[in-house]
Each structure stands twice: as C-alpha cells, then as structure tokens.
Design a protein around this ligand. Sequence first.
Ligand code: GLY
Length: 399
Amino acid sequence: MKKIVFLMMAALLVGACGNPERERREALRARAQQTLDFAVEQGRRMAESLIDRPGRLPKSIRDGKLEETSSAGWVSGFFPGELWYLYEYSSDEELRRYAEEYTSRVEDQQYTTDNHDVGFMIFCSFGNGWRVTGNEAYLDVIRTASNSLCTRFNPVTRTIRSWDTHSWSPWNYAVIIDNMMNLEMLMWSADRFGEERFREIAVSHADATMKNHFRPDFSSYHVVSYDTVTGGVEVRQTSQGYSDESAWARGQAWGLYGYTMMYRFTHDARYLEQAKHIARFLLDHKNLPEDKIPYWDFDAPDIPDALRDVSAGAIICSALLELSDYVQEPLRDEYMAVAERQIEALCSPDYLAGEGENCNFLLKHGVGNHPKGTEIDVPLSYADYYFVEALMRYLEKTK
Ligand code: GLY
C-alpha cells in the first residue's frame, strides 16, 4: 500500500514538473505551425499580387519593390514549390489553384539546355506538384527536364556543366557546388522512369564533385572549371563567395543538402560520410553565430558585422533535419538541436517578416550575390522555399 501511495505521489510530481524537453519541443512545434499559418496567408497575398502579370514569378525586393523573374530565371520554380508545400499543409483549395497557375508559368523551362538550373526550376515546381497531387501530366515535364539536364553531361569531365562561358562566367567548363541540388531530379526520375542513365549521370557528377570541389577541411570551392580534353581540373575559384579560398555560406549549404539527398537515393555510405563531414565543418566553425544563421561567407572579413544569409540558414536547417534521420546518437541530437535553434531564430522577428510586409516574402536578410553587389540583405524566394520545407519536415519528424 505504502509503495502504491509513493508511486502515485511520484507520478503526480512528475506530472506537475512536466518534461522540460517535451515542453520545449511542443512550444517549438506550435511556433512552426503558427509560422506556417502565417506563410499560408503571406503566400496567398504574394500569389494575388502577381496573378494579373502572366508569366511572372517572385524573386526578391529591389529598390523597395517586388522584383519579379520570368520562367528563365534560376529561381522561377521556388514560389510554385512553396505554394505546393503550403497547399499540402493547409488543404486550402485556393492555394492549390495558385500552385497550379504558378507551376504552369515555368513549364517552358523543361526544354532548358543552356544551364544546369532546370533541376531547381522544374523539380521544385512540378516535382512537388506531382508529389502532392499525383497529377500524371506533370510527369512528362519532369522527364523532359531530366533529359534536358543530361544534355549537359560530359563523359570526359564526368560532370554536368553548370554554366556556359559568359562575360560573368569566364570559365571554360564551370561546375558549381550548387549543381548538386539538380541531381535530385535525376535520381528521382531514374527511379520513376526506370532510366538508369539518369542515375549514372547523377552519381558520376556527385563523385567527381566529391573528389574535386572539397578542401581537406570539407569546405567547398564554389566553381571548379574542368579541362575537357584531359578531364582534369583547370582552376578552382569563386563567383559568389568572398574569395577563391573562402567558404561561401550558401555553397556549403548546397553541398550539405546535396550529399544528404544523394544518400537518401543510394544508401551509399560515402555520401553519408561526406554529408557528415560537411556538417562537422559547419557546426564546429568558429564563425557560425549563436543563432546558427550563417554570415553570407564564413570568411567574410567584417565578421561579426557581416551580413547574414538567411537562405543558407534555411537550406542547412532542412538538410540537417533529413541528415539526423540517417545517423545515430549523439549526432542525431546534435543535428536536431542546431536545426531547432535555426527554426527558433527564423521564426522570430529577427528574420521573419510581419503580415503583408517584406513584399509578402516570409524571411528578411538574404544575400544573393555579394561580390556583384546584387540582392544584398533582401528576401529571396529560395530562402522562403527551404524555410517552409524545413518547417514541414520538422512537424513531420516530431509529431
Ligand atoms: N544557385 C545560385 C545561388 O545559389 O546563388
């Protein structure tokens, strides 16, 4: 009897004190939900604001006004993709109609063969559209886009060429770390359409990038230009980072996300190890701020006064949430703790816009191309996309 009374009292005590860890997570889940509710309304306002401008999609803010893009801009697929996530979250039929409309605005990009961004454009929009609705018509677009991307594969360099040679891209055969992200469409298409060639090209590109883009500390160069006769590396430089030898924050984020995604499709331990090494570089970096939202470059000379890049923060957050599924303790907890700190920060007024502010983007404080002086401390459609993805992943993981 005494023992039962003791156990009842102990249970009451535990109930009263609660479980601080569970309470903390519940509070963050509630914050993530509130933020997604806000994103639904902000996304609706954004969709309304461009509905009478056929073919136009949101990009950023310039001179205080909404900056738009045509379907040809590399960022065109992010807003339709965000709308698909928000429709998935809310089941709001108006958002579905907007998602369909903005997705249709990038359809012509399935034929893009003059750059690597076709993966971003088509897989964020049509890929999510198919995932959420199962609309079979979207499959043809994804398959065509995958074929378009493969036209840029060179068997000598064993990579997909990111950029052709331009005034702003003086390299002979430029491959940028960002290109890892476009492999997701190929890996998915290989499974869906049974085209082994898509997988072979993606794996070849990921392997060459692992060999040639990374430094001994697992930070990555932005641009590697290849010699198309020997297949070797010509130069390693930057386009959007502070310097050739610096660690441009978004580039590190693309690499982390890219190798995590490659592990999802292949279960190849080499990709998992690569993702873990990149995470180690990021999480142990002396210049990663307490709120875990990186400066635009880990080696920016004016740290701690350098600008943050919220897009890098959102991409890293989404990637860590996935990567934490593939590792054991104590790494799992460590990755989750960083991702949760990032969610906390991104859902705070430090980074999150108010209702109807920020030209209806969600996040403030992104950096697009610092060396060029464009998109400095502004919202970016891809920051919003990966932020919403991260919130969705978080709610799914912690339910
Ligand atoms: N893919 C271009 C960028 O990350 O800015």
